[in-house]
Design a protein around this ligand. Sequence first.
Ligand code: AMP
Length: 571
Amino acid sequence: MSEQAAATFDGLGIDDRVRQALDDVGYETPSPIQAATIPPLMAGDDVVGLAQTGTGKTAAFAIPILSRLDASARKPQALVLAPTRELALQVSEAFGKYSAHMPDVKVLPIYGGQSYGVQLSGLRRGAQVIVGTPGRVIDHLDKGTLDISELSYLVLDEADEMLTMGFAEDVERILADTPDTKQVALFSATMPKAIGRLAKQYLKNPTEVSVESKTATAQNITQKYLQVSHQRKLDALTRVLEVETFDGMIVFVRTKQATEELAERLRARGFSAMAINGDLAQAQRERTINQLKSGSIDILVATDVAARGLDVDRISHVVNYDIPHDTESYVHRIGRTGRAGRSGTALLFVSPRERHLLRSIERATRQPLEEIDLPSVDDVNAQRKAKFADSITANLSSEHLDLFRGLVEKYARDNDVAMADIAAALALETRDGGFLMAPDPPKSERRERSERPERAPRGGGDFATYRIAVGRIHKVSPGAIVGAIANEGGLTRGDFGNISIRDDFSLVELPADLDNRTLDSLRDTRIGKHPIDIRRDQGPPRARGGGQYGRRREGGYAKRGAPKVAGRRRA
Ligand code: AMP
């Protein structure tokens, strides 16, 4: 990490309105990449950042840009290039969040697959921050609808991804259209040579920042992870809480707001949970920690800052509900359990996009994490039944039993009702009809629980083969195919299977359930000058051609003569 790394957001020259927005979203301290990047960017220097998604890199460049741009000038001042529509939208939402108190600042995402109308009116209204995918940015430059000749800030986000997706030429063209005076920030998860060359050619004496990871081992802590989408985390946590035997637990989240929200939701589900975050007065924080020590609460929902130095012996479990930004915080977080010679368990929730952070953690701690499945409905219900039986056993030794025994016996005699029925009716008083968890819809559970099979798109489901009308003779590369289709169709790289480039067409495996709107927008997509004319592939004709692709009756594609390729791989 850079020596100038900042421990707080104060004193960095961040615009007050941006600072306010950071408070609103509940960020307590800069993440390591932010601490290292914000100072040089605020000073006007170019930056090369080695940072993956999940490290907080978006705010690392958005905060300085918003702090320094001229909100009164209605022209593009900052351009962020991102490899996919999905990322462009995320980045532009993040800008929106951090500029919530800057009503004059307009942020506009421009990406393939969206109508030009919306983008044109956004550009005419004078957006200062443009977040776009390279292909669509070039389209606007060609049409003369986007003017970046007075740009002050250019960000290349996930630069390695842009290059692998075949956008090298587009990116360089865009760079060439911008003034020499602009400041450039380049972020990349990896640093292949091509990125080094790009940085060398287009960045001026850049400050290089990366998040160093410290090694640490924790032998008495069992480390596990659970793959779960963001939307299902709460459900996953409550299932874990029901099936795991734990004493005290800390659940880590990223923001102050999230501590309060999650603690509240856990309480609503019957768990004794409290929030601690950096906003709490010291006395209040201590009160809460004492409650955890004494066992009057079992679960603390905390931010990193609030849990710093926390030392409570009975913490048997740490749950990383939000994955930490860096491995150092991970090591610090899980060190809250396994205290005083006891053993501990650390569980990490990982969404599919965060898997690379999991790998960094495993590399840094030199310890593989064991994957566990989402506890099933059957597991949860078995626990509920067992706890029900336990509560009966416990109450049987109560001193108040005699009084109620008399009342129940009288009721049974008066009404001629079986004892089991009375017991069941009494159980209903404290537990309603929803005592058992309802079964999952089978498909979604399957998706959530299992690792994505190797030959299936990222979102689950199946691959199908599609045929596009560009091939070897058009000098097309797999990267260019992924780039064009991902951009215009709003897909991500995980949605691509095999790509097989033939002479005048190519076969591409994509999710089988692509809807018609996506296919329509893809049909107009071009690679270079050539329309890709995408269609579901019908396989080689059964005719004599010996497995060769020949002319098709339908649709009129594959008009340029049969290539000399036999057979094809099946998924
Ligand atoms: P990114 O790597 O930019 O995709 O950010 C990952 C996540 O971290 C996003 O959900 C951000 O809202 C969150 N985040 C970014 N900076 C901070 C911070 N300083 N404190 C807490 N959360 C943050």
